[in-house]
Write a protein that binds this ligand. Structure first.
Ligand SMILES: [Zn+2]
Length: 324
C-alpha cells in the first residue's frame, strides 16, 4: 500500500506484484488474469461476473457490484454513509493523508472503504457490509471499524444475520495505532452479536490480508471464501524471506486454507447468494435453542453434507442432531 504504482504496471506481466497493488480495478479494454496469465477482453470478463472464463479466477469486485450481485434487486438501503475519516496524525505518505482521502472520496463516490446497509438475499433480510478494495485498498481505519461495529449492532437490534464481504490490504497505516485498535473493536462487536444469539457470516474475497484477516474476517460464525482468493496476514514474500524456506504450492490461497481447516467452505461467486440464503435458514432456524457458535454449527453441518463428508468434531454432530 505504501508505494505508488505506475499507471502501466498492470500490463507489465509481473504477476506476483499484481495482487499487492493498491490500484483499483485495472482499466483498459484488456485485462491479465492473475490465475492463468491469459489476456482477457474486459467486456467478456464483465459479462462473466468478473470471473475468468478460462480458469475461473475470481477478480476483485468493486463494492457496489458486490452489493448488486448479492442482494435482491431494489432491496438495498445504505446506512452510516456519512461517516468520514480524520487525519488525526497529520500523516504524510507521498501526499498528505487528508489530500489522499479527498481524492479517493471524489473518485469512488464513497466516504470510506466500507459500505454498510440492509437488504435481502433471496427474500431473507440481512445486514450487509462490504469492504471496497477501490478505496485505499479496502484498508481498515477508524471509520471501517466503527461501521463494522454499527453493522453488528444493527444486526443485533433487528435480529438480522450479518453478512460481511472482505477484500483488503489490512489496517490503514495512515491512522497508525488508531487503525490497529479497530481489530479489537470489531472482534468485540462480533462477540456481542454472537452472545445475543446473532449469526455472522464472512465471505473473504481476493485479496484479504493483514489486520482484516487477523480480526473480524476470521472470527465470524461462518467463514467462506471465493475460489483462489489470497487470504493471509503477512505477504508470501515477507514470510519466505523471514523463515528462509520455500513456501508450499498454493500457499495462502483459499483452497490451501480450506485444506488446513481455516475456512468452512469455498463458494463460487455464482453460487454465493443461494448458499448464503441456505446458511441463513439453517443458522437462524433455532434462534432460541443455540446461542452464538452453536447456531452456526447447524449451518456448518449443511456445508459438510453438501460436500458429502462426515462432520468435523463432535460438536457439529451434537448440534445437528439437536436441530433435526
Ligand atoms: Zn484465468
Amino acid at each position: 500500500m505504501a508505494s505508488n504504482t505506475p499507471k502501466d504496471e498492470g500490463k507489465s506481466g509481473r504477476i506476483s506484484r499484481i495482487r499487492f497493488k493498491k490500484k483499483d480495478m485495472p482499466g483498459g479494454l484488456w485485462m491479465k488474469c492473475e490465475g492463468c496469465a491469459t489476456t482477457i477482453y474486459r467486456k467478456e470478463l464483465e459479462e462473466n461476473g468478473m470471473v475468468c472464463p478460462k480458469c475461473s479466477f475470481h477478480f476483485t469486485l468493486p463494492g457496489p457490484a458486490r452489493i448488486q450481485s448479492t442482494l435482491d434487486e431494489g432491496s438495498w438501503e445504505e446506512h452510516f454513509a456519512d461517516l468520514t475519516s480524520l487525519d488525526r496524525l497529520n500523516f504524510m505518505d507521498s501526499v498528505p493523508y487528508g489530500e489522499k482521502l479527498d481524492r479517493t472520496v471524489k473518485r469512488t463516490g464513497q466516504n470510506d472503504a466500507l459500505i454498510c446497509g440492509t437488504g435481502e438475499i433471496q427474500g431473507r433480510p440481512v445486514v450487509l457490509a462490504v469492504l471496497d478494495f477501490r478505496f485505499m485498498g479496502g484498508s481498515m481505519g477508524e471509520v471501517v471499524g466503527e461501521k463494522i461495529a454499527l453493522a453488528a449492532e444493527t444486526a443485533r437490534e433487528k435480529k438480522y444475520p450479518l453478512v460481511l464481504f472482505t477484500s483488503s490490504g489490512g489496517a490503514r497505516m495512515h491512522e497508525g495505532m488508531l487503525s490497529l485498535m479497530q481489530m479489537a473493536k470489531t472482534c468485540s462487536a462480533l462477540a456481542e452479536l454472537s452472545d445475543a444469539g446473532g449469526l455472522s457470516i464472512c465471505v473473504m474475497t481476493n485479496p484479504t490480508t493483514g489486520g482484516v484477516t487477523a480480526s473480524f474476517a476470521t472470527v465470524c460464525d461462518l467463514t467462506l471464501a471465493e475460489p483462489g482468493a489470497l487470504i493471509g496476514f503477512a505477504g508470501p514474500r515477507v514470510i519466505a524471506s523471514t523463515i528462509r524456506q520455500e513456501l508450499p504450492p498454493g500457499f495462502q490461497r483459499a483452497e490451501f486454507l480450506m485444506e488446513k481447516g481455516q475456512l468452512d467452505s469455498i463458494v463460487s461467486r455464482e453460487d454465493l447468494p443461494g448458499m448464503l440464503a441456505k446458511l441463513i435458514d439453517y443458522g437462524t432456524a433455532n434462534w432460541q435453542e443455540y446461542a452464538g457458535r452453536g447456531r452456526a454449527t447447524a449451518a456448518l453441518k449443511l456445508l459438510e453434507d453438501e460436500r458429502g463428508r462426515t462432520p468435523k468434531g463432535e460438536e457439529a454432530g451434537q448440534v445437528a442432531d439437536g436441530a433435526s
